[in-house]
Design a binder for this molecule. Structure first.
Ligand code: AVJ
Length: 364
């Protein structure tokens, strides 16, 4: 976790400053505060906080990951503008059941979710780059404000501008950040019951231990009256999983290979995409889909001043996507301090949506 110190923070408005100071006061210095340039775009209900994920971090993660054997690169780097577009295309593939199944679950149960959570909340979405699923909840939940956080600035900007137009009554406080590093609210966000929304089974990208740590940081963010609404892909027949990550038209392959293209563009590298192949397998033992890029020949790659050798058949591990039974996931969330409030699953047992609440500690 990166800790921002108050002196690193730029306040553009007195109001933002005051809200931050109050927060620092309330939480002590333990809690991170993201505050940055407040730039109301051409909408008066949209604030955009740009906390760039720096190129140097991308560079050092890639160089470090490619030095290991087997080599690996964190999946968060899939999402440059092209990668975000490709991911959106994945969600529309017939084989990729996750998105449409989750959307149906949210639609069918929106009223019940609103009943549990109440209106006037502060709805927070880590990774909410395209703001697509939140549409389903907004009318029912009528939150006081929506705080999407995403690593892709451009994606977030376009999506929130559109959202601000569609829902003029909604305050949006968008924050461009790597939420795996910094989990904090922008100082312009108002107070209210905090509801974290983490759809799409993005939690599957974390190893279980890291998932507990991540959920713990969400629990700390939403605090004792807060909720977590989270979508989790379920364990199921291997063939269904295999098809979802090896689609017939090859969009997932393009999505995987785009990582190399991105490294070429941003880090002065010379990957030849024709020298690599997409591979996705279900590791039953670990309960996860693994994506790899397989070197099709012996080759040397230059990235800036660094050189990397790959033998034919050698791989770069680019993603894990863990699958959980509902009981496994409830146990995991309990380790992070959550208790199960409600659970929805589709008729085919493909996907689950859990509502959790932070366990309140009863003081005598
Ligand atoms: C965004 C991590 C949930 O694991 O299904 C889709 C990413 N990778 N196809 C997933 C992904 C390949 C996706 N998550």
């Amino acid at each position: 976790m990166i800790k921002l110190k108050p002196e690193h923070i730029v306040y553009q408005t007195r109001d933002a400053l005051e809200r931050s100071l109050a927060l620092i006061d309330e939480l002590g210095t333990e809690q991170l505060i993201i505050a940055n340039t407040r730039s109301p775009l051409n909408k008066n209900n949209l604030w955009f906080h740009d906390l760039h994920s720096t190129t140097s971090e991308f560079a050092s993660d890639v160089l470090q990951g490619l030095d290991k054997r087997p080599a690996s690169i964190p999946p968060k780097y899939f999402y440059d503008a092209k990668g975000s577009q490709l991911f959106d295309a994945i969600t529309e593939l017939p084989e990729y059941y996750q998105t449409r199944t989750e959307i149906a679950i949210l639609q069918d149960n929106a009223a019940e979710i609103a009943h549990h959570v109440g209106t006037g909340s502060l709805l927070i979405e880590p990774g909410g780059g395209s703001c697509a699923k939140v549409h389903i909840l907004l009318e029912g939940l009528r939150p006081m404000a929506y705080v999407p956080m995403d690593i892709s600035s451009q994606h977030l900007r376009l999506a929130t501008e559109e959202l601000a137009t569609t829902f003029p009554w909604l305050e949006i406080h968008a924050t461009c950040t790597d939420f795996t590093q910094i989990m904090a609210l922008p100082p312009t966000a108002p107070e209210g019951t905090k509801v974290a929304f983490f759809p799409g089974s993005s939690i599957g990208n974390f190893d279980p231990g890291d998932a507990v740590e991540f959920l713990t940081s969400i629990a700390q963010l939403v605090k004792s009256e807060g909720y977590l609404l989270i979508g989790v892909d379920m364990k199921k027949d291997k063939s269904i999983l295999h098809a979802a990550y090896n689609d017939a038209v090859g969009i997932t392959a393009q999505f995987n290979l785009n990582l190399l293209q991105r490294i070429n563009h941003e880090l002065d590298a010379d990957f030849e995409l024709s020298g690599w192949r997409h591979k996705a397998i279900y590791n039953e033992q670990a309960g996860r889909i693994e994506m790899h890029l397989v070197s099709l020949r012996e080759q040397q790659i230059s990235i800036g001043q660094s050189r990397f050798e790959f033998a034919s058949g050698e791989t770069i591990h680019s993603e894990n996507s863990y699958k959980y039974t509902t009981q496994e996931f409830i146990k995991l969330a309990q380790q992070a301090g959550f208790q199960s409030v409600a659970l929805w699953v589709d008729a085919d047992n493909l996907f689950s949506v859990h509502l959790f609440r932070v366990k309140t500690v009863i003081q005598e």
